[in-house]
Design a protein around this ligand. Structure first.
Ligand code: HEC
Length: 279
C-alpha cells in the first residue's frame, strides 16, 4: 500500500518535472507588451512573429490548435478575412474520404487548422534524430522555470507571469560553443538554457534570415536579428497559447473597478440603514 502511494507520488512528480527548466541557466527577464494588468498584444509584433513561425519553425513544428481564421479574430495579429482566405489557399490540406473511399488533397480554407509538417510523431522523431519537435500552439504556457525565493513572492504582487515566454526566447538565444571538456552527443546541440544543456533542435535562427516589412524609410523598424526574431515568434506563440489574453485582462480590470464602486455603495447603504437604530 505504502509502496504504491510512493510510486504514484513519484509518477506525478516525474510527469511534472520535464516542464520545469531549472537545470538550465536562469533566463533573463524581458519586457513584454502583454505583461502586467493592462498588457496587450502588439499587432505588428504578432505579424512579424507569424512570419518567423511560417518561414522557419513550421518546417519542423506543428501548430495543431490554430486555425487560419483565428488570425483574423480580434486581439490577434489583425489579418483581414480576405488575407486569411488567400493565406489558407496557399496550403494543401488532406480531406476525405471521397465517394471512392480515398483521402485527397485540396487547397486550405479559413476553418482548416495549420497542417502539420510530419504525418505522425514517429515520422517527426525519425527526421529529427529521434526527438519529435513538440507542437508549439501552447508552448510559452507549457514551459516555465523556478524563480526561487524571494522572487516567487514578489511575482504575486507584480503579477509577473512571463517565465514561459522568457524561457522560450532564452532557448532560441541559447546556442553557444560548448565549454572545453563538455562532450555533446551526436545529433545534439549545446544550449545554455535547455535543461541538461543538450537539445535535439539545431540552431533555428540566424541574423537577417527573415525579411521584415519595411517602414517608410525603406528599413525595418525593428532589427532583423536572432534576438528580435526570438522575441517576435515567442509573442506570436503566446498569442496562440492564450488568444483571449487582452479580453481577460480588460474584463478583469473592469470587474475590480465594479467591485470597488459596489463596496462604496454598500458602505453608504449600511450607514443609512443603521442610522435609524438607537445606539
Ligand atoms: C530542424 C527542425 C526544427 C526547426 C526548424 C525548429 N525546431 Fe524547435 N525543436 C526541434 C526539435 C527536434 C525539438 C526537440 C528538442 C529536444 O527535446 O531535445 C525542438 C524543441 C523546441 C522547443 C521546446 C524546448 C523545450 O523546452 O522542450 C521550442 C520552444 C522550440 N523548439 C521552438 C522553436 C521555434 C520558435 C522555432 C522557429 C524559430 C523552431 N523551434 C524551429 C526541431 C526544430
Amino acid at each position: 500500500m505504502m509502496k504504491r502511494t510512493l510510486l504514484i507520488a513519484a509518477a506525478v512528480l516525474g510527469l511534472s518535472a520535464p516542464a520545469i527548466a531549472s537545470e538550465g541557466s536562469t533566463p533573463p527577464q524581458l519586457k513584454w507588451s502583454f505583461s502586467g494588468p493592462f498588457g496587450k498584444f502588439d499587432e505588428a509584433q504578432l505579424q512579424r512573429g507569424f512570419k518567423v513561425y511560417r518561414e522557419v519553425c513550421s518546417s519542423c513544428h506543428s501548430l495543431n490548435y490554430v486555425a487560419f481564421r483565428n488570425l483574423a479574430q480580434p486581439g490577434g495579429p489583425g489579418f483581414s478575412e480576405a488575407q486569411v482566405r488567400a493565406l489558407a489557399a496557399e496550403y494543401k490540406v488532406q480531406d476525405g474520404p471521397n465517394e471512392a473511399g480515398d483521402m485527397f488533397e485540396r487547397a486550405g480554407r479559413p476553418a482548416d487548422h495549420f497542417p502539420a509538417p510530419f504525418p505522425n510523431e514517429n515520422a517527426a522523431a525519425a527526421a529529427n534524430g529521434g526527438k519529435a519537435p513538440p507542437d508549439l500552439s501552447l508552448m510559452p504556457k507549457a514551459r516555465t522555470y523556478e524563480r526561487g525565493f524571494p522572487w516567487f513572492i514578489f511575482d504575486i504582487f507584480t503579477q509577473f507571469a512571463e517565465t514561459g515566454p522568457d524561457y522560450v526566447v532564452a532557448v532560441l538565444n541559447g546556442y553557444h560553443e560548448a565549454p572545453a571538456g563538455f562532450s555533446v552527443p551526436a545529433g545534439g546541440h549545446y544550449n545554455t538554457s535547455f535543461p541538461g544543456n543538450v537539445i535535439a533542435m539545431p540552431k533555428p535562427l540566424s541574423d537577417g534570415q527573415v525579411e521584415y516589412p519595411k517602414g517608410p524609410d525603406g528599413k525595418s523598424p525593428v532589427p532583423e536579428t536572432v534576438d528580435q526574431y526570438a522575441r517576435d515568434v515567442t509573442a506570436f506563440l503566446m498569442w496562440t497559447a492564450e488568444p483571449h489574453l487582452d479580453a481577460r485582462k480588460r474584463i478583469g480590470f473592469q470587474v475590480m473597478l465594479f467591485l470597488l464602486v459596489l463596496s462604496g455603495l454598500l458602505y453608504f447603504t449600511k450607514k443609512k440603514i443603521w442610522a435609524r437604530v438607537e445606539h
